[in-house]
Write a protein that binds this ligand. Structure first.
Ligand SMILES: O=C(O)CCC(=O)C(=O)O
Ligand SMILES: [Mn+2]
Length: 244
């Protein structure tokens, strides 16, 4: 489970220590992030199904380069993307508005399975019925990282149309890349390595973020210098219909 990026030994030890600090709950593993609610199924899809899904989605999602606003300038985002959803699920991020594309059949078939997996995690231990009901998705942000040069910067998924404590399910296909969480710090406070958790996301893995995760942490998908094949990520979300 170690990250493959060439970082210092200290980083490697840290990522091993954090990632191994998990609590098994059926197929879900809890990722220990104080105050947050993050669970991972590293092998949610069997490799053959993940391979087939990757090939299908690469060719059926209408990939485009989203233009986003960064430091007051409009720039091309460093990856390909597509916003997909039911009607009424327009979404604004990086101060840019996206209207949903229709669900490709393979993605539509996946939606109830992702919902069932997330509902199962809220349906065990100390059940939180409200969360259980929240594990429904009407939209997906699809991102395609063509190689190690493609990335996503630090952000939280905290747009108003997602609600206060969104449940977000993230399915990863293709090359394993390191996803990072970093505690949100007061303005002017510099992050140290101890504030960052590095989480490798394998082919077919399902990550579920809920509760105060977006309020307390940012996440990113950094570039890597290690030669890397394509990686496709799908974040299933619930957007308040008609929000603008
Ligand atoms: O590619 C990833 O794993 C991260 C995607 C993400 O954070 C997002 O779509 O908001
Ligand atoms: Mn995100």
């Amino acid at each position: 489970m170690l990250c493959v990026e060439r970082k210092s030994i200290a980083h490697r030890v840290r990522s091993y220590r954090w990632v191994s600090a998990v609590t098994a709950m059926a197929d879900w593993q809890r990722i220990e992030l104080p105050g947050a609610d993050v669970m991972l199924q590293p092998h949610w899809l069997a490799p053959a199904e993940a391979d087939a899904l990757l090939a299908t989605l690469l060719s059926t999602i209408p990939w485009e380069t989203h233009r986003i606003r960064l430091f007051g300038r409009e720039v091309a985002s460093p990856r390909l993307s597509c916003w997909i959803g039911d009607s009424g699920t327009g979404y604004t991020y990086s101060r840019t508005r996206f209207e949903p594309r229709p669900w490709p059949p393979a993605l539509a078939a996946l939606r109830p399975r992702v919902e069932a997996a997330c509902q199962a995690r809220f349906n065990q231990g100390r059940v939180k019925q409200a969360r259980f009901n929240q594990a429904r998705f009407n939209s997906v942000l699809a991102n395609l990282y063509r190689d190690g040069n493609d990335s996503m910067g630090w952000h939280s998924d905290d747009e108003p149309e997602l609600g206060a404590q969104p449940v977000i399910a993230s399915l990863s296909l293709g090359a394993e890349r390191c996803f990072r969480f970093r505690r949100r710090l007061p303005r002017g406070v510099r992050a140290t390595p101890a504030d960052t958790l590095r989480l490798p996301l394998p082919h077919g893995s399902l990550l579920c973020m809920a509760g105060r995760t977006q309020q307390l942490y940012r996440h990113d998908l950094p570039k890597t210098r290690v030669p890397t094949a394509a990686r496709l990520n799908l974040t299933f979300r619930w957007v308040t219909p008609g929000h603008d």
